[in-house]
Design a protein around this ligand. Structure first.
Ligand code: PGA
Length: 245
């Protein structure tokens, strides 16, 4: 499994923030895992132009390759910026924009067709966890939003419990372990054996102080990081924890 530390800047950052991308780049060495930053669309090109070791990704794409979709960006347009990743199905997109599993699957397919690596997000709400529905929800989201053509070359899956995002709450290591084992088993049951190589990220309140513990869970191959990816000061310790894991 390829280790990956991915940063999701959400709707944060202006050109002044590119100095953080430069600082993260400067802190990387050959022993570090793959690192990708997903800035807002306005910063894709200047972030890519910084060069260095960091990969660049977008936070969403439309399922169509072009057309009358005001305000949207297509996977091929993202690829044209030099970016190589795109997040699809983040819970904030599912909630704020009513995105369904079908839409997310179509977006992941569009990403694949454009040659992008899709980071497909899944995760349960607190209500679903408390009702004992976590694995059922994850199973439904995986079968609904991971396309048949998913391989370790074009897909990463991020487990992000909705209640852990931006809250400082983190599941127990046993809860993360249970979710990631389940995801791996689902991939093996539904895709071919290459699926065992698809990287599985954990996301939700990852910080330098909890990263070593989270990365000690066997099927955790990296992290999708929100708030702590906005500065080199907070993100680099997470990257270094992943290289130690
Ligand atoms: P957080 O966000 O690290 O700020 O909790 C994670 C995410 O939404 O990907």
């Amino acid at each position: 499994m390829r280790k990956l530390a991915a940063g999701n800047w959400k709707m944060n950052g202006t050109r002044a923030s590119l100095s953080e991308v430069e600082a993260i780049n400067a802190a990387l060495d050959d022993t570090d895992p793959a690192v990708v930053i997903c800035p807002p669309a306005s910063l894709l090109i200047p972030a890519y132009d910084i060069g260095g070791k960091i990969g660049i990704g977008a936070q969403d794409c439309h399922m169509a390759s072009s057309g009358a979709h005001t305000g949207d960006i297509s996977a091929s347009q993202i690829a044209d910026t030099g970016a190589t990743y795109v997040i699809v199905g983040h819970s904030e997109r599912r909630t704020d924009h009513g995105e369904t599993n079908d839409m997310i699957k179509a977006k992941a397919q569009a990403a694949h067709e454009a040659g992008l690596m899709a980071i497909i997000c899944i995760g349960e709400t607190l209500t679903e966890r408390e009702a004992g529905e976590t694995l059922a929800v994850l199973g439904k989201q995986m079968s609904g939003s991971v396309p048949d053509g998913a391989t370790s070359q074009n897909t990463v899956i991020a487990y992000e419990p909705v209640w852990a995002i931006g809250t400082g709450l983190v599941p127990t290591l046993d809860q993360i372990d249970e979710a990631h084992r389940f995801m791996r088993a689902e991939l093996l049951a539904t895709l071919d054996e290459d699926a065992q190589h698809i990287s599985l990220l954990y996301g939700g309140s990852v910080k330098g102080s909890n990263a070593d513990d989270i990365f000690s869970v066997p099927d955790v191959d990296g992290a999708l990081v929100g708030g702590a990816s906005l500065s080199a000061h907070d993100f680099v310790p997470i990257i270094k924890a992943l290289s130690r894991a």
